[in-house]
Design a protein around this ligand. Sequence first.
Ligand SMILES: C[S@@+](CC[C@H](N)C(=O)[O-])C[C@H]1O[C@@H](n2cnc3c(N)ncnc32)[C@H](O)[C@@H]1O
Length: 309
Amino acid sequence: MKLHKSQLLPLIPHYSLETPLNWDVIFEQKAPVDVEIGFGQGEFLLQQAKDNPTRNFCGIEILWERVAKTLNHITPKDKRKPCLSNVRILRCDAWIALDRLINIKSVDNFYSLFPCPWPKKKHLKYRLFSNDFLKLINSRLNDNGRFMMVTDAAYFYDWVLEQSPNTGFSVQKKVIDPQFATKFEKKWLNEGQNKFFQVEFIKNKHVDVPVKENVEVKSFKLDSFDPDGFCFEDYKDDITVICKEIIFDPGRQKANVHLIVSEEHLTQNIRVAIYKKGDYWRLCLAEGQEYFPTEGVNRAIELVYHAAS
Ligand SMILES: C[S@@+](CC[C@H](N)C(=O)[O-])C[C@H]1O[C@@H](n2cnc3c(N)ncnc32)[C@H](O)[C@@H]1O
Protein backbone atom coordinates (compact mmCIF):
# COMPACT_ATOMS: atom_id res chain seq x y z
CA MET A 1 0.00 0.00 0.00
CA LYS A 2 1.36 3.40 -1.03
CA LEU A 3 0.95 6.11 1.57
CA HIS A 4 1.13 9.88 1.30
CA LYS A 5 3.81 11.59 3.42
CA SER A 6 1.18 13.18 5.69
CA GLN A 7 -0.21 9.72 6.46
CA LEU A 8 3.08 8.79 8.12
CA LEU A 9 2.75 11.50 10.79
CA PRO A 10 1.38 9.17 13.52
CA LEU A 11 4.45 6.89 13.16
CA ILE A 12 6.86 7.33 16.07
CA PRO A 13 10.37 7.87 14.60
CA HIS A 14 11.84 5.78 17.39
CA TYR A 15 15.32 5.39 15.88
CA SER A 16 15.87 9.14 16.00
CA LEU A 17 14.31 9.91 19.39
CA GLU A 18 15.93 9.88 22.77
CA THR A 19 15.11 6.69 24.67
CA PRO A 20 13.22 5.76 26.76
CA LEU A 21 10.52 7.61 24.87
CA ASN A 22 8.97 10.66 26.48
CA TRP A 23 5.21 10.53 25.82
CA ASP A 24 4.98 14.29 26.30
CA VAL A 25 7.19 14.75 23.23
CA ILE A 26 5.25 12.19 21.21
CA PHE A 27 1.63 13.14 21.90
CA GLU A 28 0.03 16.55 21.47
CA GLN A 29 -1.81 16.36 24.78
CA LYS A 30 -0.48 15.42 28.20
CA ALA A 31 -2.69 12.47 29.14
CA PRO A 32 -2.56 8.88 30.40
CA VAL A 33 -1.24 6.40 27.84
CA ASP A 34 -2.64 2.99 26.85
CA VAL A 35 -0.70 0.62 24.60
CA GLU A 36 -2.04 -2.10 22.30
CA ILE A 37 0.38 -4.89 21.34
CA GLY A 38 -0.12 -6.48 17.90
CA PHE A 39 -2.99 -4.20 16.82
CA GLY A 40 -3.29 -5.79 13.38
CA GLN A 41 -5.41 -3.47 11.24
CA GLY A 42 -6.04 -1.17 14.19
CA GLU A 43 -9.81 -1.55 14.59
CA PHE A 44 -9.72 -1.67 18.42
CA LEU A 45 -6.89 0.86 18.75
CA LEU A 46 -8.69 3.47 16.64
CA GLN A 47 -12.06 2.85 18.27
CA GLN A 48 -10.51 3.30 21.71
CA ALA A 49 -8.81 6.52 20.57
CA LYS A 50 -12.10 7.82 19.16
CA ASP A 51 -14.10 6.89 22.28
CA ASN A 52 -11.53 8.30 24.73
CA PRO A 53 -10.26 11.64 23.37
CA THR A 54 -8.74 12.60 26.73
CA ARG A 55 -6.40 9.60 26.72
CA ASN A 56 -3.44 8.81 24.46
CA PHE A 57 -3.04 5.51 22.59
CA CYS A 58 0.09 3.89 21.25
CA GLY A 59 -0.16 0.83 19.03
CA ILE A 60 2.71 -1.60 18.52
CA GLU A 61 2.73 -3.77 15.42
CA ILE A 62 5.53 -5.53 13.60
CA LEU A 63 4.01 -6.02 10.12
CA TRP A 64 4.31 -3.03 7.82
CA GLU A 65 1.30 -4.02 5.72
CA ARG A 66 -0.98 -3.88 8.78
CA VAL A 67 0.63 -0.67 10.03
CA ALA A 68 0.03 0.89 6.61
CA LYS A 69 -3.67 -0.08 6.63
CA THR A 70 -4.04 1.47 10.07
CA LEU A 71 -2.22 4.68 9.05
CA ASN A 72 -4.55 4.87 6.05
CA HIS A 73 -7.51 4.89 8.43
CA ILE A 74 -5.99 7.46 10.77
CA THR A 75 -5.43 9.91 7.90
CA PRO A 76 -7.72 9.33 4.92
CA LYS A 77 -5.94 10.01 1.58
CA ASP A 78 -7.86 13.25 0.87
CA LYS A 79 -6.97 14.73 4.30
CA ARG A 80 -3.73 16.49 5.20
CA LYS A 81 -3.99 15.92 8.93
CA PRO A 82 -4.69 12.77 10.98
CA CYS A 83 -8.36 12.71 12.01
CA LEU A 84 -7.28 11.23 15.35
CA SER A 85 -4.67 13.26 17.23
CA ASN A 86 -4.37 10.96 20.26
CA VAL A 87 -3.01 7.87 18.54
CA ARG A 88 0.60 7.02 17.63
CA ILE A 89 2.14 3.94 16.06
CA LEU A 90 5.33 2.11 16.94
CA ARG A 91 6.31 -0.16 14.04
CA CYS A 92 8.52 -2.44 16.06
CA ASP A 93 8.75 -5.83 17.71
CA ALA A 94 6.88 -5.64 21.02
CA TRP A 95 9.78 -7.14 23.03
CA ILE A 96 12.11 -4.45 21.74
CA ALA A 97 9.53 -1.70 22.20
CA LEU A 98 9.05 -2.57 25.87
CA ASP A 99 12.68 -3.48 26.53
CA ARG A 100 14.31 -0.43 24.94
CA LEU A 101 11.70 2.27 24.18
CA ILE A 102 8.91 2.37 26.76
CA ASN A 103 9.80 3.80 30.14
CA ILE A 104 9.24 2.25 33.55
CA LYS A 105 5.81 3.09 35.03
CA SER A 106 4.67 5.07 31.98
CA VAL A 107 1.60 3.15 30.76
CA ASP A 108 -1.87 2.82 32.32
CA ASN A 109 -3.12 -0.16 30.31
CA PHE A 110 -1.71 -2.71 27.90
CA TYR A 111 -4.02 -4.67 25.60
CA SER A 112 -3.44 -7.55 23.25
CA LEU A 113 -6.28 -9.07 21.25
CA PHE A 114 -5.89 -12.49 19.66
CA PRO A 115 -2.07 -12.59 19.83
CA CYS A 116 -0.38 -15.29 17.74
CA PRO A 117 -0.69 -18.53 19.80
CA TRP A 118 2.08 -20.36 17.87
CA PRO A 119 0.43 -23.79 18.15
CA LYS A 120 3.42 -25.89 17.00
CA LYS A 121 5.77 -27.21 19.69
CA LYS A 122 8.87 -26.10 17.79
CA HIS A 123 7.47 -22.53 17.69
CA LEU A 124 6.80 -22.23 21.45
CA LYS A 125 9.81 -19.93 21.78
CA TYR A 126 7.98 -17.32 19.65
CA ARG A 127 5.08 -16.97 22.09
CA LEU A 128 5.18 -13.43 23.40
CA PHE A 129 3.51 -13.51 26.79
CA SER A 130 6.08 -15.57 28.68
CA ASN A 131 6.87 -15.07 32.36
CA ASP A 132 9.74 -12.71 31.43
CA PHE A 133 7.55 -10.68 29.07
CA LEU A 134 4.80 -10.37 31.71
CA LYS A 135 7.45 -9.01 34.10
CA LEU A 136 8.46 -6.51 31.43
CA ILE A 137 4.82 -5.44 30.99
CA ASN A 138 4.51 -5.08 34.77
CA SER A 139 7.57 -2.83 35.01
CA ARG A 140 6.26 -0.51 32.25
CA LEU A 141 2.82 -0.20 33.89
CA ASN A 142 1.94 2.51 36.36
CA ASP A 143 0.94 1.35 39.85
CA ASN A 144 -2.49 -0.33 39.63
CA GLY A 145 -2.07 -0.57 35.85
CA ARG A 146 -3.63 -3.43 33.90
CA PHE A 147 -2.87 -5.74 31.02
CA MET A 148 -5.81 -7.33 29.25
CA MET A 149 -5.36 -10.21 26.81
CA VAL A 150 -8.04 -12.01 24.82
CA THR A 151 -7.47 -15.21 22.87
CA ASP A 152 -9.52 -17.67 20.87
CA ALA A 153 -7.21 -20.59 21.79
CA ALA A 154 -7.87 -22.47 25.06
CA TYR A 155 -4.38 -24.05 25.06
CA PHE A 156 -2.79 -20.60 24.73
CA TYR A 157 -5.02 -19.23 27.52
CA ASP A 158 -3.81 -22.06 29.81
CA TRP A 159 -0.20 -21.41 28.82
CA VAL A 160 -0.44 -17.67 29.56
CA LEU A 161 -2.02 -18.42 32.96
CA GLU A 162 0.90 -20.79 33.71
CA GLN A 163 3.30 -17.91 32.96
CA SER A 164 1.71 -15.53 35.47
CA PRO A 165 3.25 -16.52 38.88
CA ASN A 166 5.73 -14.01 40.33
CA THR A 167 5.02 -11.36 37.71
CA GLY A 168 3.54 -8.85 40.20
CA PHE A 169 -0.02 -9.31 38.96
CA SER A 170 -3.23 -10.64 40.37
CA VAL A 171 -5.08 -12.45 37.62
CA GLN A 172 -8.75 -12.51 36.68
CA LYS A 173 -9.96 -14.80 33.94
CA LYS A 174 -13.28 -15.13 32.21
CA VAL A 175 -14.97 -16.43 29.10
CA ILE A 176 -16.42 -13.54 27.09
CA ASP A 177 -18.64 -12.82 24.10
CA PRO A 178 -17.30 -11.20 20.93
CA GLN A 179 -17.06 -7.43 21.37
CA PHE A 180 -13.93 -6.04 19.69
CA ALA A 181 -14.81 -6.28 15.98
CA THR A 182 -11.20 -6.84 14.94
CA LYS A 183 -10.19 -8.79 11.85
CA PHE A 184 -9.27 -11.85 13.89
CA GLU A 185 -12.34 -11.76 16.11
CA LYS A 186 -14.46 -11.67 12.93
CA LYS A 187 -12.42 -14.52 11.44
CA TRP A 188 -13.10 -16.78 14.44
CA LEU A 189 -16.76 -15.75 14.50
CA ASN A 190 -17.08 -16.67 10.81
CA GLU A 191 -15.57 -20.04 11.64
CA GLY A 192 -18.25 -20.60 14.27
CA GLN A 193 -16.43 -19.67 17.50
CA ASN A 194 -18.45 -17.25 19.63
CA LYS A 195 -16.77 -17.51 23.05
CA PHE A 196 -13.31 -16.15 23.76
CA PHE A 197 -10.92 -16.28 26.73
CA GLN A 198 -9.96 -13.11 28.54
CA VAL A 199 -7.21 -12.71 31.12
CA GLU A 200 -6.86 -9.49 33.06
CA PHE A 201 -3.56 -8.91 34.84
CA ILE A 202 -3.85 -6.28 37.57
CA LYS A 203 -0.59 -4.87 38.87
CA ASN A 204 -0.27 -5.30 42.64
CA LYS A 205 3.51 -5.23 43.02
CA HIS A 206 6.18 -3.49 40.96
CA VAL A 207 8.70 -5.75 39.20
CA ASP A 208 11.82 -3.84 38.24
CA VAL A 209 13.11 -4.46 34.71
CA PRO A 210 15.44 -1.62 33.69
CA VAL A 211 15.12 -0.10 30.22
CA LYS A 212 17.98 -1.31 28.00
CA GLU A 213 20.30 1.59 27.27
CA ASN A 214 21.88 2.51 23.96
CA VAL A 215 25.67 2.20 23.80
CA GLU A 216 28.12 4.57 22.16
CA VAL A 217 28.93 3.07 18.78
CA LYS A 218 32.62 2.38 18.09
CA SER A 219 34.70 3.37 15.07
CA PHE A 220 38.29 2.52 14.16
CA LYS A 221 41.24 3.79 12.13
CA LEU A 222 43.29 1.45 9.94
CA ASP A 223 46.72 2.30 8.54
CA SER A 224 46.00 0.19 5.48
CA PHE A 225 43.22 -1.98 4.07
CA ASP A 226 43.34 -4.76 1.49
CA PRO A 227 39.82 -5.94 0.50
CA ASP A 228 41.26 -9.20 -0.87
CA GLY A 229 42.69 -9.98 2.55
CA PHE A 230 39.36 -9.36 4.35
CA CYS A 231 38.70 -12.52 6.31
CA PHE A 232 35.55 -12.56 8.49
CA GLU A 233 34.66 -15.59 10.58
CA ASP A 234 31.02 -15.75 11.63
CA TYR A 235 30.73 -15.35 15.39
CA LYS A 236 28.35 -17.32 17.61
CA ASP A 237 28.14 -16.65 21.33
CA ASP A 238 25.65 -14.68 23.44
CA ILE A 239 25.71 -12.43 20.38
CA THR A 240 25.71 -13.83 16.83
CA VAL A 241 27.32 -11.92 13.97
CA ILE A 242 27.08 -13.24 10.43
CA CYS A 243 28.75 -11.56 7.49
CA LYS A 244 26.47 -11.66 4.43
CA GLU A 245 28.78 -9.93 1.96
CA ILE A 246 31.48 -7.37 1.42
CA ILE A 247 31.37 -5.09 -1.60
CA PHE A 248 34.43 -3.03 -2.51
CA ASP A 249 34.27 -0.05 -4.85
CA PRO A 250 37.87 0.53 -6.06
CA GLY A 251 36.91 3.85 -7.69
CA ARG A 252 35.67 5.31 -4.41
CA GLN A 253 38.10 3.27 -2.29
CA LYS A 254 35.21 2.19 -0.15
CA ALA A 255 34.06 -1.16 1.21
CA ASN A 256 30.60 -1.93 2.53
CA VAL A 257 30.20 -4.93 4.83
CA HIS A 258 26.68 -6.31 5.33
CA LEU A 259 26.17 -8.11 8.67
CA ILE A 260 23.34 -9.71 10.58
CA VAL A 261 23.60 -9.21 14.33
CA SER A 262 21.42 -11.17 16.76
CA GLU A 263 21.30 -10.65 20.52
CA GLU A 264 18.54 -11.67 22.92
CA HIS A 265 15.29 -10.74 21.17
CA LEU A 266 16.82 -8.39 18.65
CA THR A 267 18.11 -9.16 15.13
CA GLN A 268 19.44 -6.30 13.04
CA ASN A 269 20.86 -5.91 9.55
CA ILE A 270 23.72 -3.42 9.65
CA ARG A 271 26.32 -2.12 7.22
CA VAL A 272 29.86 -1.20 8.18
CA ALA A 273 31.83 1.10 5.89
CA ILE A 274 35.61 1.06 5.42
CA TYR A 275 36.83 4.01 3.37
CA LYS A 276 40.00 5.89 2.61
CA LYS A 277 40.35 9.18 4.41
CA GLY A 278 43.60 11.02 3.67
CA ASP A 279 46.44 8.74 4.72
CA TYR A 280 44.33 6.25 6.70
CA TRP A 281 41.17 4.13 6.41
CA ARG A 282 38.15 4.82 8.57
CA LEU A 283 35.97 1.93 9.74
CA CYS A 284 32.55 2.85 11.08
CA LEU A 285 28.83 2.20 10.68
CA ALA A 286 27.67 3.27 7.21
CA GLU A 287 25.54 6.42 7.24
CA GLY A 288 21.79 6.52 6.72
CA GLN A 289 20.85 3.36 8.63
CA GLU A 290 18.15 2.88 11.21
CA TYR A 291 19.35 0.66 14.03
CA PHE A 292 19.44 0.24 17.78
CA PRO A 293 22.96 1.03 19.07
CA THR A 294 23.63 -2.13 21.08
CA GLU A 295 26.52 -4.24 22.39
CA GLY A 296 25.88 -6.50 19.39
CA VAL A 297 26.45 -3.66 16.93
CA ASN A 298 29.75 -2.83 18.63
CA ARG A 299 30.78 -6.50 18.62
CA ALA A 300 30.09 -6.60 14.86
CA ILE A 301 32.18 -3.46 14.25
CA GLU A 302 35.06 -4.92 16.31
CA LEU A 303 34.87 -8.18 14.32
CA VAL A 304 35.00 -6.27 11.03
CA TYR A 305 38.02 -4.37 12.38
CA HIS A 306 39.82 -7.64 13.16
CA ALA A 307 38.87 -9.12 9.78
CA ALA A 308 40.20 -6.03 8.02
CA SER A 309 43.41 -5.65 10.05
C1 LIG B 1 -3.42 -12.83 15.19
S1 LIG B 1 -3.05 -11.18 14.86
C2 LIG B 1 -4.28 -10.27 15.76
C3 LIG B 1 -4.40 -8.86 15.24
C4 LIG B 1 -5.49 -7.99 15.89
N1 LIG B 1 -5.23 -7.79 17.28
C5 LIG B 1 -6.85 -8.58 15.66
O1 LIG B 1 -7.50 -8.93 16.65
O2 LIG B 1 -7.25 -8.65 14.50
C6 LIG B 1 -1.60 -10.88 15.84
C7 LIG B 1 -0.89 -9.59 15.46
O3 LIG B 1 0.24 -9.42 16.30
C8 LIG B 1 1.34 -8.99 15.51
N2 LIG B 1 2.56 -9.43 16.19
C9 LIG B 1 2.97 -10.70 16.38
N3 LIG B 1 4.12 -10.73 17.08
C10 LIG B 1 4.44 -9.44 17.34
C11 LIG B 1 5.51 -8.83 18.02
N4 LIG B 1 6.49 -9.55 18.56
N5 LIG B 1 5.52 -7.49 18.09
C12 LIG B 1 4.53 -6.74 17.54
N6 LIG B 1 3.48 -7.27 16.88
C13 LIG B 1 3.43 -8.61 16.78
C14 LIG B 1 1.13 -9.66 14.16
O4 LIG B 1 1.81 -9.00 13.12
C15 LIG B 1 -0.37 -9.58 14.03
O5 LIG B 1 -0.80 -8.41 13.40
